[in-house]
Design a protein. Structure first.
Length: 185
């Protein structure tokens, strides 16, 4: 590792890149976290880990990624790819013990009128295969087109449409007739 003395041109460039990355994290972090929560089926701890891994990868490549036209799109693609890769590994089966959250403290229940609907939708999402879940999150939560979703997941447009159709049918099947009751406030 090469050390750069303070006041040299390299230190200024490195400091600028670090500040750019910090600004990027502050601006894109909430959006990536929301996507990660949906991908992990509402598991906020796994979502935090997924976002942290994504930012770790991006930091190492920041000089290249920071100059892209759409670094947020690159970050989102990295997030989805990390999620799909982690789900493929069967060794990734950690679960908190006893229903407690971080440090043994139980998570606070969600508040609001649509809690039952949210829980039902997250359970339905959780039951889908990782790539199907990623397709639904990118298409409907992130509001990406079929072509954009296909590019992010390295699939064909036809595969995205097919997976989306099957995944929506599966979610409807899981929610059944109760969905209309859940959607009413």
């Amino acid at each position: 590792m090469r050390l750069i003395q303070r006041g040299s041109r390299g230190a200024t460039e490195a400091d600028g890149a670090a500040l750019d990355f910090q600004a990027f994290v502050a601006a894109s972090g909430p959006r990536l976290f929301r996507s990660a929560c949906l991908l992990t089926g509402g598991d906020t701890h796994a979502a935090e880990d997924l976002v942290q891994e994504t930012f770790g990868l991006l930091y190492r490549r920041w000089q290249r990624v920071g100059g892209l036209d759409n670094p947020v799109g690159y970050a989102q693609t990295t997030l989805v790819n990390r999620f799909v890769s982690a789900r493929r590994k069967r060794s990734n089966s950690e679960r908190p013990a006893g229903g407690a959250g971080l440090g043994g403290v139980a998570d606070q229940p969600a508040r609001g009128e649509d809690v039952v609907l949210r829980v039902a939708l997250l359970e339905a999402l959780r039951s889908l295969p990782p790539v199907d879940r990623a397709v639904l999150v990118l298409r409907f939560w992130e509001d990406l087109s079929v072509a954009e979703t296909a590019a992010r997941l390295n699939l064909s447009d036809t595969a995205v449409r097919s997976r989306c159709s099957r995944a929506l049918a599966r979610v409807r099947e899981l929610l059944g007739g109760d969905f209309a009751d859940l959607a009413r406030f």
